[in-house]
Ligand binder design. Structure first.
Ligand SMILES: O=C(O)CCC(=O)C(=O)O
Ligand SMILES: [Fe+2]
Length: 327
């Protein structure tokens, strides 16, 4: 018999599970590491005279100061994943011990196990998102999913063709701040995932964008509001986007992903490894340094071709899988 979590997840395409994580133990370390990165950026980009004052700023003040410096690819300093393009030997990414601990978090894996079973792989499609109030955001970033609004999409849209077909991807969205409609929670349309994968295009930012998404306006959406400690699970066909941050505060989240053992990751050149299995010998990455080594190895493999992954958009050549023909 199906358990309650699985039933709800399959019915709605999403599941909000409350109080899975502990703020001080699981989440605060990631925020501390983000602040550590900011301190390093202060050392690198601020004048000697300003440094002392800046280092005493709080998280938000530091971020705001650094943001205004127009540092190239600023989001990348805080993003878990390798840059999509222009991959070089010294390309950096936010792969901290605190994130490794989250990926392996027992309580997260216990929830996932109820949905996909005991054989669970970490999927390399992962992001961290620091979203300041939209009123402070540069216009050019307003529709950038890492720092602004995330456009309508299904997560299968960021996988390779093989992944789109055969990966049961589960997104585990983790809030580090209270996330509400006002500060840019995600919204979704329950049940629409049952129609399968719709055609996506690339938007101006190169992000996967659901074709004809204006048709969704007639649907009633559900906000995926959550508190630190909660997790939000999404399926690969769950239609979702995120609202603008219209509050005066920051909204920080991370999206980790997992898929079923035996399936491809959908980003074949990047690390994918068992985080839970009945067979102990499947668990080959057991500590932070091994995880980091895997990412570094993947990076070096990607250097000759210059990119780490590409979205395969449009997802379908014809119009048969366009939303307009399916709803
Ligand atoms: O947090 C966001 O803005 C969007 C996240 C998202 O699309 C995802 O986690 O799949
Ligand atoms: Fe998504």
């Amino acid at each position: 018999m199906k358990n309650g979590f699985k039933k709800q997840f399959e019915k709605n395409g999403f599941l909000v599970v409350r109080n899975v994580l502990d703020f001080d133990f699981d989440l605060k370390p990631v925020l501390n590491d983000m602040e550590f990165i900011m301190n390093r950026l202060v050392h690198r980009f601020a004048s000697l005279k300003q440094r002392k004052k800046l280092l005493n700023y709080n998280f938000w003040q530091k971020y705001t100061f650094l943001y205004k410096l127009n540092i190239k690819n600023f989001d990348q300093y805080f993003n878990i994943r390798l840059p999509k393009e222009n991959i070089k030997k010294n390309s950096d990414y936010f792969a901290s011990q605190s994130i490794w601990n989250l990926i392996k978090n027992k309580s997260i894996l216990d929830v996932l196990q109820k949905i996909i079973g005991t054989e669970i792989l970490s999927n390399p499609v992962q992001n961290s998102r620091i979203k300041q109030p939209e009123k402070f955001l540069k216009k050019s970033s307003m529709n950038d999913g890492l720092s602004g609004r995330t456009p309508w999409h299904q997560d299968a849209g960021v996988l390779s063709k093989t992944g789109q077909k055969s990966t049961d991807l589960i997104t585990c969205w983790i809030p580090f701040t209270k996330t509400t409609i006002k500060n840019g929670s995600m919204i979704t349309i329950p049940g629409l995932h049952k129609k399968g994968f719709f055609n996506h295009d690339s938007d101006v930012k190169g992000q996967a964008l659901l074709r004809n998404n204006e048709l969704l306006n007639k649907y009633k959406t559900v906000p995926l509001e959550a508190n630190p400690g909660d997790i939000v699970l999404l399926g690969k066909h769950t239609v979702h986007c995120s609202l603008p941050n219209q509050s005066n505060n920051f909204r920080i989240s991370m999206d980790l992903r997992y898929h079923k053992g035996g399936q491809p990751s959908g980003r074949d050149s990047l690390p994918s490894f068992f985080v839970r299995s009945k067979s102990k010998k499947n668990i080959t990455v057991t500590n932070y340094k091994q995880w980091l080594a895997k990412w570094e190895k993947a990076k070096h493999k990607c250097i000759p071709r210059g990119y780490t992954f590409k979205y395969t958009t449009p997802s379908f050549k014809g119009t048969k899988r366009d939303l307009i023909n399916l709803i």
